[in-house]
Write a protein that binds this ligand. Structure first.
Ligand code: PEP
Length: 252
């Protein structure tokens, strides 16, 4: 049976001391909450990974990098490899976020390389996909999402794919305050699960966690998470305060 997951994506926010404090607050809140109906993950800047890892109980709060390099090592000034991320004790990496695709020209092919390196390094991948407003208005959103998933993930065998979490993040809903309705999100999540059935069969599709991301907050999380194919959230803005993040975690 698939896991529910609520994962934070802090993006380029917080200094290291601020991040350690936020991570400690999340860790303490998760510990105090007892048995939760979802796993909790925080996605933090590279600079924070080692200090945050030391501040949390990794069995209670998973730790993600927000990116990794598409090379293993060498003369790539400023890059951070998947193996470096794993060496901090982080256990996840977020790949394919629309901000990386849009601002840093990350292509489907490049993301395929990153996915492979992350999995080889032993990281679980939170793979983001989603359409722009123009693409939704043009009615091409299903094709866009299919191309992103097929092009960067479907070379994986079922064993490797078991370490992939998919996050559907409509670009028009990210940081805009505009959430996809629970019905809109469910429609896409069901479509994605259908792609997984075709490629990997029912068992793998049933076992794959598919998150929704885009202005998810405590007030709308429960309605989204009640949908049968929405297995949690990837949370940007609302993950920067422990109480709002926990309001989403406890929405299950
Ligand atoms: C995100 O960037 O992954 C995200 C979902 O952001 P927000 O929750 O702020 O819309």
């Amino acid at each position: 049976m698939r896991k529910n997951i609520v994962a934070g994506n802090w993006k380029m926010n917080t200094t290291v001391p601020e991040g350690v404090q936020l991570a400690q607050e999340v860790n303490d809140a998760v510990a105090a909450a007892g048995t939760l109906k979802c796993d909790v993950v925080i996605g933090v800047p590279f600079t924070h990974l080692t200090a945050v890892r030391a501040a949390i109980d990794i069995d209670k709060v998973g730790l993600a990098a927000e990116n990794c390099a598409n090379h293993t090592s060498g003369a790539y000034t400023g890059e951070v490899s998947a193996a470096m991320v794993a060496s901090t004790g982080a256990n996840y990496v977020i790949l394919g976020h629309s901000e990386r695709r849009g601002y840093y020209n990350e292509t489907i092919e490049l993301l395929k390389e990153k996915v492979d390196l992350a999995l080889t390094a032993g990281l679980k991948v939170i793979f983001c996909c989603g359409e722009s407003l123009e693409e939704r208005k043009a009615g091409t959103h299903f094709d866009v999402i299919k191309n992103e998933i097929v092009g960067s993930l479907f070379h994986l065998d079922a064993e490797a794919f078991a370490n992939v979490v998919i996050a559907y993040e409509p670009i028009w809903a990210i940081g805009t305050g505009e959430t996809a309705t629970a019905e809109q999100a469910q429609e896409i999540h069901a479509f994605i699960r259908g792609l997984l059935v075709e490629k990997y069969g029912n068992t793998v599709a049933d076992d794959t966690t598919i998150l929704y991301g885009g202005s998810c907050k405590p007030s709308n999380a429960a309605e989204l998470f009640a949908k049968p194919d929405i297995d949690g959230g990837l949370i940007g803005g609302a993950s920067l305060k422990a109480d709002s993040f926990m309001g989403i975690v406890t929405a299950f």
